[in-house]
Design a protein around this ligand. Sequence first.
Ligand code: AP5
Length: 211
Amino acid sequence: MASPRILILGPPGAGKGTQSSNIAEEYDVEHVTTGDALRSNKEMDISDMDTEYDTPGEYMDAGDLVPDEVVNAIVDEALSQADGFVLDGYPRNLEQAEELEGMTDLDVVLSLDVDREVLVDRLTGRRVDPETGENYHVEFNMPEDEEVRERLEQRDDDNEESVQNRLDVFEENTAPVIDHYADHDGFVAIDGEQTPDDVWADIQAAIDEGV
Ligand code: AP5
């Protein structure tokens, strides 16, 4: 069986990163994530692109979208090197969706559904281990190891103001992308408010059915 080409869609905090890690491990595919790629390049000089800000980090901390030109190039490069992938964080608007169609076909399109109130709680409570990249949550999921607990950090865009803006940006720009993919043969909507294990079980069933 060829390596699957999987797209995972959903609002900020829906669990895309959490479940993409499972998919990458189980199906031995690349996890292509624009969020992590951009976080590693927050200070990149994009001033020659005639954009509002001079670095990706300024857009990200406010919860706004980084310009398409920057993001399209990152995804094109990553997908050209991947034999099978789970794509997380892209496309985030219809223009990016059109770009993606010129880059690759998709076998499975997953859409994680979670209500806005739940998303706000998940994101403002999220803490990240800077050494492993593992996600935790102050109420629902703290590490047992005290050394790990002490080094946890909050993402710059996980404060209340940025979170609300990210959710507004999602509703305006990315919700239409989900509608666009609803007709795709491999499209499956998943209830993202279940426990992480139950979400993972639904995802595995959807992928195994779709490839
Ligand atoms: P990005 O890093 O992609 O952030 P995001 O889409 O806002 O998604 P998150 O990483 O916040 O959430 P997630 O769905 O991965 O959830 P997670 O698994 O962590 O993008 C950041 C920024 O980069 C953007 O705002 C933008 O500026 C820029 N950018 C990125 N891509 C771009 C693009 N294509 N174009 C333009 N700009 C772009 O889970 C969240 C929390 O919930 C965790 O604490 C986790 O432990 C918990 N959790 C997960 N699943 C469950 C569950 N089932 N039950 C209970 N808790 C759960």
